[in-house]
Design a protein around this ligand. Structure first.
Ligand code: PMP
Length: 351
């Protein structure tokens, strides 16, 4: 029996995906060779890359709409840099909703003026700023859809005429959004998609090619698009597992299906957090994340007992981010509703 894995990332992946991935390590495609010992230019791997890119666009409803999907290296953190390198001429607008937005802002400042249109830093990022305005002359607006550390999630995205760029690392493929509103979406694989080691970037091609600076090849989105995400050796294993996970999601019924499951999981846990006087949520209710639920014990002396009960129930990865403490239950796509029920039962049994 596997553990109930609430880890924030790298995190739980579907069991059947892990099974198929482990088979491919020994014998991929029935060729008596491992996935990780064949050329990335070989026919079978080129087919994997193509399928992964197509599935990503298909699941988001962005096929044949001027978007490209590429798999890059360097984590979502590399995209903090690449977004600015490729798109920032003079001025960019950023919404600061957490640790990761803050890091994205830091990188963008290397390339031009950054207008922080709103920030929740003053309150430990425990809410999503609202009612901010985006300068019309900004090269783009950047936001983080789900704040993995604080446990907040943007429920409604602004209407703006400037390109909309979003770090969706921790909630991509988890809920239905009007993805056509976005001009560039990026996400590290290691939450809802696959193992660490690759980053999915979805780009509306028409926004590229508008900065004056020279962009080094490896940091240039156009270079990666032109070479079909094979400019250099891709993270073959991470891309393969991402492809399997995206296929798993498609077979289940895609984002509309998984969103319903995710809503049920979040409702189950937040209902208990609000009902049980021994627990308290730490972010504004209307901004609560359906992926990462953060909470604390109201009586800290129960910490050891609760931790032991969780461990005995096979619950893993419930500790909050090292910068905030408390607890964080990450409920990504592959986490079954049953695991949340086990956690809720432990919370109910705590006295
Ligand atoms: N953005 C968000 C929302 C994240 O949760 C993370 C990592 N947890 C990052 C960016 C950074 O990702 P990476 O470690 O892949 O660079």
């Amino acid at each position: 029996m596997k553990k109930h894995n609430f880890s924030a990332g790298p995190c739980i992946l579907p069991q059947e995906v892990l099974q198929k991935a482990s088979e491919a390590i020994l014998n991929f495609n029935d060729d008596d060779l491992s996935l990780i010992e064949i050329s990335h230019r070989s026919k079978p791997f080129v087919a994997v890359m193509e399928k992964a890119r197509n599935l990503a666009l298909e699941l988001l409803g962005l096929e044949n709409k001027g978007y490209q999907a590429i798999f890059l290296h360097g984590g979502a953190s590399m995209e903090f840099l690449m977004v600015a390198y490729n798109l920032l001429n003079k001025k960019a607008a950023y919404l600061n909703t957490g640790t990761w937005s803050d890091k994205a802002i830091k990188e963008a400042k290397e390339f031009g003026e950054v207008v922080e249109v709103g920030s929740s830093k003053d309150k430990g990022y425990n809410y999503i700023p609202k009612g901010y305005s985006i300068p019309e002359d900004a090269d783009y607006f950047h936001c983080t859809s789900n704040n993995t550390v604080a446990g907040t999630q943007i429920k409604s995205f602004p209407e703006t005429n400037v390109p909309l760029i979003c770090d969706m690392s921790s909630d991509i493929f988890s809920r239905q959004l009007d993805f056509e509103k976005f001009d560039l979406i990026y996400a590290g694989a290691q939450k809802n998609m696959g193992p660490a080691g690759t980053t999915l970037v979805i780009i509306k091609e028409e926004i590229l090619g508008k900065v004056e600076r020279h962009i080094p090849s490896m940091l240039n989105y156009q270079v990666h698009i032109k070479s079909d995400s094979m400019y250099n050796t891709p993270s073959v294993f991470a891309v393969y597992v991402s492809m399997l996970t995206l296929q798993w999601l498609k077979d289940l019924g895609g984002i509309p299906f998984i969103e319903k499951v995710n809503n049920k999981k979040a409702e189950l846990l937040y209902t208990e957090i609000d009902r049980n006087p021994l627990f308290k949520g730490i972010v504004a209710k209307e901004d609560r994340s359906n992926m990462n639920a953060t909470f604390v014990l109201t009586d800290e002396s129960l910490t050891e007992k609760f931790d032991k009960m969780c461990a005995a129930a096979g619950i893993n990865g419930l500790n909050g981010h090292r910068s905030v403490g408390g607890y964080r239950a990450s409920m990504y796509n592959a986490l079954p509703l049953y695991s949340v029920q086990v956690l809720v039962d432990v919370m109910k049994a705590l006295k």
